[in-house]
Design a protein around this ligand. Structure first.
Ligand code: HEC
Ligand code: HEC
Length: 355
């Protein structure tokens, strides 16, 4: 049985594919390079590699050990456990909609210049998987199934780290989330109010208004969408959201306190939150934006009262009802199809029936 990743991606709705979508242009966020488009054979190979414990030096850890499908491909632990029991320095990142980050940089601190570059880094990381790429090529070549899978994906049986990288990146870029309740509420690519109201509860609609910061909306319209953008809910670029004051102990991220956030798709199942997993619940996240933003010289203008970089942090003063509504809205971004689809599930448990 082969999985049709190309058909899955081709079925994205208008609010993802239309460049003039009222929610913003998702296409322009796509970081797929012209020389590594998602193909069925490439993504299928990427899936087998992603779930393979052979990627770690002692055959104990796969990518999925820290990026679990049912959690939107992140880890319920604040810090993940590597192949020898060591802990990662930051929280694992959700991979939902990883394709939609325009500058194509990866990690909380954007230290990987592309997804193709990123995917080989955990393999070689001393805490995470502890492998070297040459040994990995040899190890995969010794199996009965990899040579023919590389042949199908790349035209001959050569197993190279370059091809491992291409296949893993294809698999991750196919993890697009477009079948949440939020998507069902958008009919024909636009936010048509009657249709929207028939799918969303009153509470979810209020949460959506607060998240979107509609011009002329209510006083405490917060505009999360200034940074978590478009229907893909991916970021536009790294920001300082005032999670920490400017102290030496604080993780500086990409420098100066700037951090990338993964897409908020499937955030409900992606706890704990932020680069260090400091918040256990979405209620805590919302309370942080409501009353806990710290002063920081690089604080984003969108989170200051003056609208100037480093200005005084906003105090939203949300009511309990409004906070609950924001949380309810965030939960409409849960996409059960992505979280359960066999396209993205562990192939090894099924291998005998599938091949
Ligand atoms: C031991 C746990 C662990 C393993 C194994 C692991 N990861 Fe991760 N992954 C993390 C952590 C932690 C981060 C965030 C690290 C940081 O930003 O400093 C991360 C970040 C990422 C990101 C960045 C996402 C973004 O939006 O920027 C990608 C992509 C990713 N991992 C893919 C993989 C792949 C592919 C594999 C297997 C080859 C893998 N990971 C193996 C823990 C792990
Ligand atoms: C100025 C840009 C900006 C605005 C506005 C903003 N955020 Fe964020 N958000 C960030 C950044 C940056 C991070 C990652 C910070 C970190 O981990 O250090 C983040 C992280 C998050 C996370 C955690 C993501 C994860 O995978 O752990 C959630 C949830 C979130 N934001 C929700 C919201 C909500 C709700 C609002 C509106 C009340 C909002 N954000 C407004 C920049 C912003």
């Amino acid at each position: 049985m082969t999985h049709d990743y190309e058909a899955y991606l081709a079925a994205q709705p208008l609010h993802y594919t239309r460049t003039t979508s009222p929610m913003g242009n998702v296409r322009i966020q796509d970081n797929t390079p012209f020389d590594n488009p998602v193909t069925n054979a490439g993504a299928a190979l990427g899936r087998i590699i992603f779930y393979d414990v052979r990627l770690s030096a002692n055959n104990t850890v796969s990518c999925a050990s820290c990026h679990a499908q049912e959690h939107g491909f992140t880890d319920p632990k604040a810090f993940s456990v590597g192949f020898e029991g060591g802990l990662t320095g930051r929280h694992s990142m959700s991979l939902s909609n990883a394709a939609y980050y325009r500058n194509g940089k990866f990690f909380w601190d954007e230290r990987a210049g592309s997804l193709e570059e990123q995917v080989l880094m955990p393999i070689q990381d001393a805490v995470e998987m502890g492998m070297n790429l040459f040994d990995l090529e040899v190890k995969l070549g010794l199996t009965s199934f990899y040579p023919s899978l590389f042949d199908q994906a790349f035209g001959d049986e050569a197993i190279t780290s370059d091809r491992i990288s291409l296949a893993l990146a294809q698999f991750i870029r196919s993890m697009v989330s477009y079948q949440s309740k939020y998507d069902q509420a958008i009919v024909s690519g636009t936010l048509n109010e009657p249709a929207f109201a028939s799918v969303f509860t009153e509470q979810e609609q209020l949460g959506h208004r607060l998240f979107s910061g509609f011009p002329g909306g209510e006083r405490s319209s917060v505009g999360c969408v200034a940074c978590h953008q478009t229907a893909s809910h991916a970021m536009d670029q790294a920001h300082v959201n005032g999670i920490d004051a400017n102290t030496q102990e604080a993780d500086q991220g990409a420098g100066g306190g700037f951090f990338k956030s993964p897409s908020l798709r499937n955030i409900e199942v992606g706890a704990p939150y932020m680069h260090d997993g400091r918040f256990a619940t979405l209620e805590e996240v919302v309370e942080f934006y409501n009353s806990g933003i710290q002063r920081h010289p690089n604080l984003s203008p969108d989170l200051t009262t003056s609208g100037r970089v480093g200005g005084r942090p906003i105090q939203l003063g949300l009511s309990e009802e409004e906070k609950a509504a924001l949380v309810a809205f965030l939960k409409t971004l849960t996409d059960d199809t992505l979280l359960t689809s066999p396209l993205f599930s562990d192939p090894y448990t099924l291998m005998t029936t599938e091949e």
